[in-house]
Design a protein around this ligand. Sequence first.
Ligand SMILES: O=c1ccn([C@H]2C[C@H](O)[C@@H](CO)O2)c(=O)[nH]1
Ligand SMILES: [Zn+2]
Length: 133
Amino acid sequence: MTEKELLKAAVDARNQAYVPYSNFPVGAAAVSGTNDVFTGCNIENASYGLSNCAERTAIFKAVSEGNQNVQTLAVVADTDDPVSPCGACRQVLSEFLAPSAKVILGNMKGDMKIVTVHELLPGAFQAEDFQDE
Ligand SMILES: O=c1ccn([C@H]2C[C@H](O)[C@@H](CO)O2)c(=O)[nH]1
Ligand SMILES: [Zn+2]
């Protein structure tokens, strides 16, 4: 799947966003190690803090269907510059994407920026920091 195709999948997922509070729909698409694509949107809640971002929805869908290694993740929103994932999502990305994995950031104008997970969150908290081995 090309970067453009993956962004298109994220744009389609964005149409499913449940955003009555922010009116800021976001879409994401995660490619698994076996090249399956899992899409996600942000899903908000009347108890605001329970809202889930598009990136985490997509990653959690991948994991819940047996894909713990996400290769590439695309995210898109209607921002001036390519959308910038929140800190919580950066941490979750670092759990399921390799440090060098590609994250494709986009907006509705078609701007695109490709970064690595490490660039998004250098020094991410890791299981190795507290587990044996
Ligand atoms: O990268 C981002 C940034 C924000 N949001 C969501 C959270 C909330 O629903 C809305 C406004 O912050 O956008 C995402 O889904 N992804
Ligand atoms: Zn987030």
